[in-house]
Design a protein around this ligand. Structure first.
Ligand code: ADP
Length: 355
């Protein structure tokens, strides 16, 4: 079924049948999610614009315009969908593009939405074309036309909908068709976070998790988090484990944090094994490029989607690779990084490889 989870933020609404909870792999991190806009760190322009849109719609007693968030994974798109519902005191219905398969699912999903409800669709670029068309009239005119039967027996049933807010999230905005994209009144691109913002996120998360951490260590985690809050929270948990098991009696200082992250294979640039494998493959197997993404994926034995969504955005941001019409290419900075890494390894007399 299409609906994964419905969270009831409206305390007056006690309709238990609407609360569907599913085992959520992000359960632990959901405690770390900011609940309201004032707790949300960074992305100042987006937060300011959302505050205005929420206040204006509250003043008019209306549902907010549909919102589209795009950007790499782990930057806070889902969190913002939760925040919007919380700030609007509305119910949140969560689903994802690939789970919306049949038109009947869509009609059921949309016609169950209440006035002002927030419908969050993650990976919205993955909804099928046939299903997507149902959203056009739903988003614009708050109705769905459902065709039953075929040929001369075909009949169109029109279902009126309550005024809801669709919040879409995608890592691939380019894959969204323009009719769908154009129906979002508010579109935001989430960018990587600065070191200071990530330090603030690590401090906030360590407070919630009850980890006593020195400021230098928070900063060290921030530096190695690839501009991404989800990674910052994950590294914080690994650092906490390492400290608890190996150095419980000491303060969690920068050295302990660095050692824990080195053990995880995360270097000072925040690059992990897959990032390094990618750079080494591009440099050695393809002489620095240009190389096509499918060729790289095959050599690395990885999904090309993982490379495009997870690995490349940060390597592009720090200027280690570039995309050209003929494929991916290493930059001088990328080559310098690899040279530096292999020099370090030979100085340490390491027998291992950079993998
Ligand atoms: P996305 O949907 O973009 O993949 P999420 O919204 O799931 O990312 O965010 C991943 C995790 O990072 C969340 O669980 C949350 O704890 C944390 N996070 C994201 N953005 C922020 C932020 N601005 N401030 C604090 N924590 C954040």
């Amino acid at each position: 079924m299409a609906i994964e989870k419905i969270i009831d933020n409206n305390e007056d609404n006690h309709d238990e049948s609407k609360k569907i909870e599913k085992n959520d792999v992000e359960d632990v991190s959901s405690d770390l999610r900011p609940k309201i806009l004032n707790e949300y760190v960074g992305q100042i322009n987006i937060v300011t614009s959302l505050k205005t849109a929420i206040q204006a719609s509250e003043a008019r007693n209306e549902a907010m315009d549909h919102v589209l968030f795009h950007g790499p994974p782990g930057l806070g798109k889902t969190t913002l969908a939760h925040v919007i519902a919380k700030e609007k005191n509305s119910n949140l219905v969560v689903t994802s593009g690939p789970s919306l398969e049949k038109p009947a699912d869509i009609v059921g999903l949309l016609s169950n939405l209440g006035e002002g409800d927030v419908l969050f669709i993650d990976e919205i670029h993955r909804i099928s074309k046939g299903v997507e068309e149902y959203f056009y009239s739903a988003m614009e005119d708050f109705k769905v036309d459902f065709i039953t039967g075929s040929g001369t027996f075909a009949k169109t049933l029109t279902f009126p909908l309550k005024r809801f807010t669709l919040v879409g999230a995608t890592t691939r905005v380019g894959m969204l068709s323009s009719p769908l994209r154009d129906r979002f009144g508010l579109t935001y691109h989430l960018d990587f976070y600065s070191e200071d913002e990530l330090t603030e996120i690590v401090n906030r998360s360590s407070g919630i998790l009850g980890v006593s951490i020195e400021q230098d260590s928070s900063k060290e985690i921030a530096i190695r988090s690839r501009g991404t809050p989800r990674i910052a929270n994950r590294l914080l948990r690994r650092v906490r484990d390492y400290h608890q098991v190996n150095h419980k009696e000491k303060k969690l200082d920068r050295i302990i944090a660095s050692n824990a992250m080195e053990l995880e294979g995360v270097d000072i640039q925040g690059l992990d094994r897959l990032d390094r494998q990618y750079l080494i493959t591009l440099s050695n197997n393809y002489k620095g490029g240009p190389a096509g993404i499918e060729a790289l994926a095959a050599t690395l034995n990885e999904e090309s989607q993982t490379l495009v969504d997870v690995v490349e955005p940060y390597l592009l941001k720090i200027g280690f690779i570039i995309r050209t019409p003929s494929g991916r290419k290493m930059t001088l900075d990328g080559l310098r990084y690899l040279g530096e890494e292999s020099r370090k390894l030979s100085e340490e007399g390491s027998q291992g490889s950079m993998f």
